[in-house]
Write a protein that binds this ligand. Structure first.
Ligand code: KG4
Ligand code: ZN
Length: 348
């Protein structure tokens, strides 16, 4: 009878000293990190392709895949050097298997499997959305469950209640555009370029958030979101008022998005009986959202998890952190596991 090694099954006693190499290539960032025990970031290298895609006004999948291919080896080498470790010290290799662009995902997944085979360590498949949830704890590992997380990225807007590690209850989600998508589309319409979120954040700093009262959709007590009507309202307002100040439009649009996000996140925490609230995903880098989030947590007596800006946007430290938890909960992922561009967060 074959004996099971600890690596073939879930490993509840996985060492907090275990070093995980994380790889992220789901969109336009090639990122590699080394994280100890799911919390201690030894290195986190992010090579952004923003300049390559900016001229096209958005991410071009074929260009992204080719760039990942060129960057994956040098970025991995740098992450290892910065962490001060060689292959012999790595205990497992984790990679984003989805959701994301299929060609881009495949580069990271193939590299992770090759490294895992070379070093004879487990490969761990990571869901990019779950990784965004774990980013919040990289800088504040004292977790208290149940915890409500507002996940706001370019492709997703979710409110989930984290009941425990790996146990997520879906409280609300967008019925149309994601929050980040709304930032990107409005920025493009206003001629502010790509990526839109940071551009609007910057413009809004010199604008009046009360100049235009844009609609706040679905504020009827539910926890779902809708941002496509807001985008249309911005377009209609600018067309009807061609001389309107762009900074005022940016500030008023941003105020509307943040108002909805923070109101619903607070409500979700109340309804779930959570004592802590976290935000994650690229939009969580937004200056106004960060300010309002901290204010709301202070007013409501909630422990607020606010990741640093670099942990909100795509990075591999969050992949390695989520990978450590997945390895503990599920054990290694078979090498037959492929990339899944439409992977969902498992919720109940
Ligand atoms: O999480 P992320 O890096 O990638 C995805 O998984 O989608 O999120 C990217 C999104 C983009 O829509 C980008 O415009 C938005 O996050 N974003 C921001 C800011 N920085 C990035 N949105 C608002 N304000 C920002 N400062
Ligand atoms: Zn992301």
């Amino acid at each position: 009878m074959a004996t099971e090694t600890p690596w073939e099954v879930a490993n509840p006693d996985l060492s907090p000293e275990a070093l995980i190499l994380g790889i992220e290539t789901s969109c336009d960032e090639t990122a590699v990190a080394v994280v100890r025990g799911g919390t201690d970031v030894l290195s986190s290298v992010v090579s952004s392709q923003v300049d390559l895609h900016a001229q096209y006004g958005g991410v071009v999948p074929e260009i992204a895949s080719r760039a990942h291919n060129e960057l994956i080896i040098p970025v991995t080498a740098r992450a290892m050097v910065e962490a001060g470790v060689d292959g012999g010290r790595i205990d497992a290799v984790a990679a984003t298997v989805g959701p994301g662009l299929i060609g881009a995902l495949l580069v990271g997944v193939s590299a992770a499997k090759a490294l895992a085979l070379t070093w004879d360590v487990p490969f761990v498949a990571v869901n990019h959305l779950e990784a965004h949830l774990y980013a919040a704890f990289l800088e504040d590992p004292v977790l208290t469950f149940p915890l409500v997380v507002l996940l706001v990225s370019g492709g997703h807007t979710l409110l989930v209640c984290m009941e425990d590690h790996g146990r997520y209850r879906l409280l609300g989600q967008t019925v149309d555009d994601a929050a980040g998508e709304a930032f990107d589309k409005v920025a493009r319409f206003l001629g502010l370029g790509y990526p839109g979120g940071p551009a609007i954040d910057h413009e809004a700093m010199s604008g009046d958030p009360e100049a235009i009262r844009f609609p706040r959709a679905m504020m009827d007590g539910g926890l779902d979101f809708s941002f496509s009507g807001l985008k249309t309202a911005v377009v209609n307002h600018v067309r009807a008022n061609p001389d309107v100040s762009t900074v005022d439009v940016a500030a008023s649009f941003q105020a509307a998005v943040v108002d909805v996000l923070v109101t619903k996140a607070r409500q979700a925490a109340r309804e779930a009986g959570a004592t802590a609230l976290a935000i994650g995903g690229g939009v969580a880098a937004n200056s106004l959202l960060r300010e309002e989030f901290l204010g709301a947590c202070a007013t409501d007596g909630l422990h607020g998890f606010l990741p640093s800006r670099s942990m909100c946007t795509d990075n591999a430290a969050m992949i390695a952190a989520a990978g450590w938890h997945r390895l503990r909960l599920d054990g290694p992922t078979p090498l037959s596991q492929g990339a899944d561009p439409n992977l969902r967060l498992a919720t109940y």
